[in-house]
Design a protein around this ligand. Structure first.
Ligand code: AOF
Ligand code: ZN
Length: 383
């Protein structure tokens, strides 16, 4: 099989994987194409967490024709018994001859074990075809696999001079309707969104993606003193499809009334009366959240920035200059004394291999927002 042919079938597998975007969380998106004699005998993609993996869909479609086929998969076939049976043994049992994977699965539960099992069974294994594209597609999953907290995207809608509200508190609306539409669509890529309680009190937001996801979409409030109103739209809409979790301290009164309305409370040991953000994020990860979009307010974004607890920044900038010295800055938090304390950003994803031409575009084609990454960050194995 030629390199060009491998690239062509992997492109097809990537296109299939893309169909799962927004619906497979916290799992990655994965596509699989089974090819024999230069034609497709079966294909599939992972549709939702807890459902069959891409390989299983493709094997079912191929039936007996899978014997002797090459499997093109955008992620290493798994070897672990998770919510579904492992894919590597399924490919072996079906009589596959060769497996081409774009990426090794960084999930500590897999991490090379699937590839090893395939090789042991005598299948030919090729890894790294279109790795850059596959990484860009599953950026949140791949980065989170190296962390003990969720992947964190900081999102702000701001004026060109960096303000998210006037001194009087007016914030609706800074960005255009088209930008706001894109921001709600961006939520779909994440397991959930988070805000500080100040934003709940000021805006009473619903924090749901549009279009809605078929899988549960989590809303999280960082709220040290449990000030989230029982009558807020977040609490009223808490459900299995749209869970509401509040990260608070173990000293905050009033949790029972919220719990009675179906709100999940995660109580951290208080640090100077406030939630320890790192503890909160690690607790969210332990509860299964791999990716979080943090949408404000100023204090929460500033605190996460100062603590370097983020992996990506999405800026929705409006062509406005507010002026004045008292508008609300997008990123509050502590004031650094020195320029060397500023957070330097880069447009290039830190997980892309140096030579890869693939890119997660810094500005999507509609120009609605910009994507930045912290410069100089290296993701190793689990930090
Ligand atoms: C594959 N093919 O299509 C996907 C894989 O909870 P489970 O059993 O669905 O396992 C989820 C993990 O399996 C996920 O974190 C990732 O490591 C891998 N996803 N693997 O072989 C697939 N979606
Ligand atoms: Zn699998």
């Amino acid at each position: 099989m030629s390199i060009a042919e491998d690239a062509r079938w992997m492109a097809r597998a990537l296109a299939l994987a893309r169909r799962g975007l927004g619906e497979t969380n916290p799992n990655p998106v994965v596509g699989c194409v089974l090819v024999k004699g230069g034609r497709v005998v079966g294909e599939g993609w992972h549709r939702r967490a807890g459902g069959p993996h891409a390989e299983v869909h493709a094997l079912r479609a191929a039936g007996a024709a899978a014997r002797g086929a090459t499997a093109y998969v955008t992620l290493e076939p798994c070897a672990h018994e998770g919510r579904t049976p492992p894919c590597a043994p399924a490919l072996i049992a079906a009589g596959g001859r060769r497996v081409v994977a774009a990426l090794r699965d960084p999930n500590p539960a897999v991490n090379g074990r699937g590839l090893a099992a395939l090789r042991r069974a005598g299948l030919e294994v090729t890894v790294g075809v279109a790795a850059g594209e596959a990484l860009a597609l599953n950026e949140r999953f791949v980065i989170a696999a190296a962390l003990t907290r969720p992947f964190v995207m900081l999102k702000a809608a701001l004026t060109l001079d960096g303000k998210i509200a006037t001194a009087a508190g007016e914030s609706k609306w800074i960005t255009s309707p088209a930008q706001r539409l894109r921001a709600r669509a961006l939520r779909r890529l994440h397991d959930g969104v988070a805000v500080g309680v100040g934003t709940v009190l000021a805006d009473d937001p619903l924090l749901l993606p549009a279009p809605r996801t078929r899988r549960p979409f989590h809303r999280v409030v960082f709220d040290s003193r449990l000030r989230t109103p029982l009558r807020s739209r977040l609490v009223s809409s808490a459900s299995d499809d749209a869970p509401l979790w509040i990260v608070t301290t173990d000293q905050a009164p009033g949790r029972e009334a919220l719990e009675a309305r179906g709100v999940r409370i995660l109580a951290a040991p208080a640090r100077e009366g406030r939630v320890d953000l790192e503890w909160g994020l690690e607790a969210l990860r332990a509860e299964g959240l791999w990716s979080l979009m943090v949408e404000g307010g100023s204090d929460l974004l500033g605190a996460l920035l100062a603590a370097r607890l983020f992996d990506q920044v999405a800026l929705f900038r409006a062509p406005l200059l507010l002026g004045g010295g008292h508008g609300r800055p997008a990123f509050g938090g502590p004031d650094p004394d020195r320029l060397s304390d500023a957070v330097r950003l880069t447009a290039r994803s830190p997980i892309l291999p140096a030579r890869s031409a693939a890119a997660s575009p810094a500005v999507p084609s509609d120009g609605a927002y910009e994507v930045w990454y912290p410069a100089g960050v290296r993701y190793g194995r689990r930090r």
